[in-house]
Design a protein around this ligand. Structure first.
Ligand code: 13P
Ligand code: SF4
Length: 349
């Protein structure tokens, strides 16, 4: 197989040739070998905003996961094509809510609560879920604007259904003052509500999904850092469990974590609870600070990592030859409703 330098040269030459007709967005969780070629890097909110603004790129080669590429397709024009360098780059969290389960849940929840519920979905969800939410007056959220969007939801309706990440939903609702005992959990496999209190108290219904990367950060990891590194600050992503967030010093989105560490003075020490590629990059960018992963085994996102230099080169070479492999094309009816949910978020952001 081709040596790395040759692969990198292929990417450079295709990028030079296509110029602004080609746009490569890269999520912060992507590998360095890919991120070095990104025209823009960002968290999922920023990458969605950039897609909504970009009107000149004909080819968008999305270095991230499937739901992000779908979002880019929904927010760009018909003539702008979105590609995912490896179609297996999915998201285990997004896979925890399918549209059949969601419709089945909605039927039961409206039986229990009538018209009093508004659905919100984390952008980490399929286009079909976003479409369902958009059709029912709800919106998408990202970890950067979740508090604002949950507040917005409570201006519309008395209670909300938060898909598909129970942890982001719980942490966000807790931060805006909703007591934990007013939160119920929706179990999509059993198709039932997990809640023992009186139904009228329920303010938030949390879909029982989670991120398989962020669930790896535990209270034991926190206890270890507190013991081994006194004075070290612990910062985690809100996809971590409630008890992990509660025991940390700070919690926030990908951009929040990057900014907090950037503005901290030289000599600061941090334990970070988020995806491995990002943690490694933050460590490299701050040689003047002591930075470790909150979980010593590091936590890679296996699906993010499926996008590597080889897949990027393959994808670029195919599209250079006019072959449209790995195209992400969201059905137009689904896209129209999903766009409503995304636009309600983008208007608030
Ligand atoms: P953000 O980019 O919104 O922080 O989301 C984190 C994530 O898990 C992306 O898959
Ligand atoms: Fe999905 Fe978690 Fe990976 Fe993000 S980090 S793509 S939420 S599995």
């Amino acid at each position: 197989s081709m040596p790395t330098e040759e692969l990198e040269e292929r990417v450079r030459s295709i990028k030079n040739k296509l110029g602004r007709k080609l746009f490569i967005p890269g999520h912060h969780y992507q590998k360095d070998e890919v991120i070095q070629f990104a025209d823009a890097t960002g968290d999922s909110l920023k990458l969605a905003q950039l897609s909504a603004e970009n009107r000149e790129a004909e080819h968008i080669v999305f270095c991230g996961v499937h739901f992000m590429a779908e979002t880019a397709d929904i927010l760009t024009m018909k003539n702008q094509k979105v590609y995912l360098p490896d179609m297996r780059a999915g998201c285990s969290m997004a896979d925890m809510a399918d549209i059949y389960q969601t419709e089945r849940a909605w039927a039961k929840l409206t039986e229990l609560f009538g018209e009093s519920i508004l659905p919100l979905t984390y952008v980490n969800s399929t286009a079909a879920i976003k479409s369902f939410v958009g059709e029912h007056g709800g919106a998408t959220v990202t970890s950067s604007n979740a508090e604002k969007m949950v507040q917005w939801a409570f201006e519309q309706k008395e209670r909300l259904l938060f898909l598909p990440d129970q942890h982001l939903g719980r942490n966000t609702a807790y931060n805006i003052g909703i007591p934990l005992e007013d939160m119920a959990v929706w179990n999509p496999l059993a198709n039932e509500l997990e809640y023992s209190g009186p139904l009228e108290k329920v303010k938030v219904i949390l879909w029982k999904g989670h991120c398989s990367v962020h669930e790896n950060f535990t209270v034991e990891n926190i206890a270890h850092v507190r013991e081994a590194y006194p004075g070290m600050k612990i910062i985690v992503h809100p996809e971590c469990r409630r008890e992990v967030v509660a025991l940390s010093d700070m919690a926030g989105s990908t951009n929040y974590i990057i900014d907090a560490i950037s503005v901290s003075p030289p000599g600061s020490s941090w334990a970070i609870g988020t995806e491995m590629n990002l943690v490694k990059r933050i460590i490299q960018q701050h040689p003047d600070k002591q930075i470790i992963s909150l979980n010593p085994h590091m936590c890679p996102c296996l699906t993010m990592n499926r996008i590597d230099l080889h897949h990027l080169v393959w994808c670029l070479e195919e599209l250079e030859q006019g072959k449209e492999h790995n195209l992400i094309e969201v059905d137009s009816v689904i896209a129209e409703n999903a766009r409503k949910a995304l636009n309600r978020m983008l208007e608030q952001s």
